[in-house]
Design a protein around this ligand. Structure first.
Ligand SMILES: Cc1cc2nc3c(=O)[nH]c(=O)nc-3n(C[C@H](O)[C@H](O)[C@H](O)COP(=O)(O)OP(=O)(O)OC[C@H]3O[C@@H](n4cnc5c(N)ncnc54)[C@H](O)[C@@H]3O)c2cc1C
Length: 426
């Protein structure tokens, strides 16, 4: 175990995250553990403090819980593919898992960033290009181990509530997850990818394209995915078909009439490089613009919001991805948006901290134009800048009850962030 305080060499490096905005948070100690036993010892040694759990540090906005706070990170290096099962430590990255599974002809639905940690992704749900085909990452989770807020080892084989809240209840709430056990899926036999794009500076263009895109991609078979993406000066659509592309081709033809096809490629397998994108550490805001089930729910305001992006500078992207399919059929867990057919998000990244206020102002304007707050349903792994009412937007009433029950059982002393009380309800 490595125990580092701000006075120690290595402290800054140990807490360095992918999102440089989190550097302002200075826990009183960072404890890097290499085994479950070390996690137990670290939690007991930190008696009387608040605890925070770190994984691969891609969490988007961490908030200070007030001092003193001890941050615990577990690095196990465990990653075992056992026929149709996968056993991993919380520190395995999506890139490592995709590589290991593909070489065994297996797949797991994951997010789109190779360096994200499996624990944070799974505990929040796990959305990505295979959600429609295979469900959320957490839908494939069969078992978990955790050292709880009192330093006791819990295994979902004995504590089914642990598995339930690990499926979409959010990370770092009840203890340090030490092992995740998944069932895996046969890897798709081939992948076809179409990319359409054109330059534009006109938000109305985006609105018109969206009116075509939503109904077209809503008819896609489950083994397909599409993403509509608006970036400065550019409008793009990606379409993926897993296995046989024939049922997806009519949608590709319809899209090609509205947006130039820039490439269409067929690959023998859905390799990580086709599904995962490269992101670099930066000051980052990646926020939910909401789950929705039809174009109508999001189109008002889209042209104006797109105009904000098209005319921006730097790295900023508004994205809408397809859901539905296996997401709707998933069972168990506390993920509250099974009926969603689309998910929209906003990504903004900058490398010069002085650019932060202007970038965040633009982010706020896009949110305002899409009226994404309040009535919308949100994803806990893509948090808003303003935490007010956030948990309510992520979880339904039933999930709240289960998360509260889990909090009372696993962390009765409230040492971890837990879940905020629901407004207006005791
Ligand atoms: C560039 C980028 C792209 C992304 N793309 C996607 C995407 O396509 N789909 C998607 O669903 N999400 C995506 N995300 C969001 C990502 O899934 C979350 O930020 C995730 O929580 C990161 O997990 P982490 O372990 O890397 O981060 P961390 O910051 O280390 O942890 C995130 C949360 O999980 C908790 N946690 C971590 N490890 C443990 C553990 N061992 N036990 C208990 N709690 C733990 C932490 O306490 C924290 O609350 C993306 C994020 C980034 C930065």
């Amino acid at each position: 175990m490595t125990h580092l305080t701000p006075a120690d060499d290595g402290y800054a490096e140990a807490r360095q995250g992918f999102n440089l905005r989190n550097e302002a948070l200075r826990p009183d100690a960072v404890v890097v553990c290499r085994s479950e036993g070390e996690v137990i010892a670290a939690i007991r040694r930190a008696a009387g403090t608040r605890l925070r759990v770190a994984g691969r540090r891609h969490g988007l906005l961490r908030r200070s819980e007030g001092a003193p706070v001890v941050e615990i990170q577990l690095q196990t290096g465990v990653l075992r593919v056992e026929r149709d099962r996968l056993v991993v430590g919380p520190d395995a990255t999506l890139g490592q898992i995709s590589d290991a599974l593909l070489s065994e002809g297996r797949a797991l639905p994951l997010g789109d960033c190779a360096s994200v940690g499996i624990a944070g992704l799974t505990l929040g749900g796990g959305l990505g290009p295979m959600t429609r085909a295979l469900g959320l990452t957490c839908d494939s989770l069969e078992g978990a181990r955790m050292v709880d807020g009192r330093g006791l080892v819990r295994d979902s084989a004995d504590d089914p509530l642990l598995l339930e809240v690990c499926r979409g209840g959010g990370g770092g709430r009840f203890g340090v997850v030490t092992e995740l056990r998944f069932r895996t899926h046969p890897a798709p036999q081939g992948l076809t990818r179409w990319r359409f794009e054109r330059p534009t500076h006109d938000g109305e263009d985006v609105g018109a394209l969206a009116e075509l895109w939503y109904p077209q991609v809503d008819q896609l078979p489950d083994a397909a995915f599409s993403r509509l993406e608006v970036t400065p000066g550019r409008l793009a659509v990606t379409l993926l078909a897993y296995g046989d592309p024939t049922p997806v081709s009519p949608v590709a033809r319809a899209l090609a009439e509205a947006l130039p096809l820039v490439d269409a490629e067929r690959f023998d397998a859905a390799r990580p490089e086709h599904l995962l994108r490269d992101y670099a550490p930066s000051y980052l805001s990646k926020s939910s613009l909401g789950f929705h089930s039809s174009a109508g729910a999001r189109l008002s305001g889209l042209s104006a919001a797109a105009q904000e992006i098209l005319t921006a500078e730097g790295e900023i992207a508004l994205e809408v991805i397809t859901l539905g399919g296996a997401l709707a059929q998933g069972r168990g867990g506390v993920f509250a948006h099974r009926g969603a057919r689309f998910f929209a998000s906003l990504h903004a990244a900058w490398r010069d901290p002085l650019l932060g206020p202007a970038r965040l102002e633009r982010v706020a304007r896009v949110h305002h134009l899409l009226d994404a707050r309040g009535r919308a349903a949100h994803y806990c792994n893509f948090p808003h800048e303003d935490p007010e009412g956030w948990d309510e937007a992520c979880f339904g009433r039933a999930a709240f009850r289960r998360l509260r029950t889990a909090g009372a059982l696993f962390d009765p002393e409230h040492r971890l962030p837990g879940i905020a009380p629901q407004r207006g309800r005791p």
